[in-house]
Design a protein around this ligand. Structure first.
Ligand code: NDP
Length: 322
């Protein structure tokens, strides 16, 4: 089969499209013929060496396709099923072996592109807003990169839970996307310092929660936006890794909480996985939540897809088509 591998960390040109053996499903696994593959920031962290891997490695964590065969003991799916999944390594390829319990069956009316686009970012927005900090009716919350893949879904879910949503973005075009997602106030954080804006909008009180996926460029100021005992949910590092922190800072900022969650730890059983996936699929399916697909690239052009994701121009999900 054809796959995209990296042999050492680097820029987008470290991604090599090459022929590799087609894997076989082990016990409890399904072999899935991939029809659409999600491109996510975690793939950039793997490619660039921010998250370590053993090489050579097929990167990619999310896909949708058709079950080709199953290993012994795989009970959740059968050959021919249309499925989608996330948090599974080795997805930039024509086939991937997937723990069968991680497969979610795709509604008949869905395309593979929609399913691959919904899983990772959708479940992330869901666990962040429902489990990490369960947003309450009347909360005011801040979502950074509010026009991004996770960001725009998180804004919509926060609105659904009854929050007032403040969103940050880097351009006017993205401000429009964030507003369409439902953000009540959009701040261009390139031009405006968001801390005084948050203080002004909350009568100096600050916020119960800030969702920060930008990392290095926003982290300190996100802490400054919190109310007493508020929570900073640092769930990504699109601008770079946050330097080490003295825990005393959390005291000085008002006994605030800091968490660095990962989707993996919020979907570590099938029951938990389905508790997030089923609502995401239902809401996207019935139009409650809008999914934006920005662009699809052939799998062989994964390097272009990465350069595009890192360019900050994307207005929604980026996909690879094997
Ligand atoms: P996005 O589509 O949101 O793209 C990232 C966004 O980050 C950009 O659109 C950009 O928005 C903003 N950004 C700020 N600084 C930079 C920079 N220096 N370079 C590039 N982008 C920058 O990507 P995803 O939706 O795929 O992922 C969003 C974040 O969520 C990532 O950090 C990812 O790691 C994280 N994530 C975490 C998960 C978890 O469980 N912990 C799971 C899934 C994703 P703008 O131009 O408006 O600033």
């Amino acid at each position: 089969m054809n796959a995209v591998r990296i042999h050492q960390p680097g820029g987008p040109d470290a991604l090599r499209y090459e022929e590799v053996p087609t894997p076989l499903p082990a016990e409890g696994e399904a072999l899935v013929r991939l029809r659409a593959v999600g491109v996510n920031f975690i793939d950039v962290y793997h490619r660039s060496g921010q998250y370590s891997l053993s090489f050579p490695a097929i990167i990619g964590q999310e896909g949708a396709g058709v079950v080709d065969s199953v290993g012994s003991g795989a009970t959740e799916v059968t050959p021919g099923d249309r499925v989608a999944f996330a948090n599974v390594p080795g997805c930039y390829a024509e086939f991937a072996t997937v723990p069968a319990w991680r497969c979610v069956k795709i509604p008949a009316s869905w395309t593979f592109e929609q399913a691959a686009a919904a899983m990772l970012q959708g479940m992330t927005a869901h666990y962040l807003s429902h489990t990490t900090y369960p947003i309450r009716q009347g909360d005011t919350v801040l979502v950074h990169a509010a026009a991004g893949g996770v960001g725009a879904l998180l804004v919509q879910m926060a609105k659904r839970r009854g929050a007032k949503v403040l969103g940050t973005v880097s351009s006017e075009e993205k401000a429009q996307v964030a507003r369409e997602a439902g953000a009540d106030v959009v701040i261009n954080y390139i031009r405006t310092d968001f801390v005084p804006e948050v203080k002004r909008l909350t009568d100096g009180q600050g916020l119960p929660v800030v969702y920060d996926s930008v990392g290095r460029d926003t982290f300190d100021r996100s802490l400054d936006c919190l109310a007493l005992r508020g929570m900073l949910v640092l769930f990504g590092q699109a601008s770079g890794r946050v330097p080490p922190l003295d825990p005393q800072v959390l005291n000085a900022k008002g006994s605030v909480f800091l968490t660095r969650p990962s989707l993996h730890h919020y979907t570590h059983t099938r029951e938990e996985l389905l508790s997030h996936a089923e609502e995401v699929l239902q809401w996207i399916g019935d139009g409650t939540i809008r999914l934006r697909i920005d662009q699809s690239f052939p799998l062989s052009r994964a390097a272009e897809a990465h350069a595009y994701l890192q360019s900050r121009q994307a207005l929604g999900k980026i996909l690879l088509i094997p």
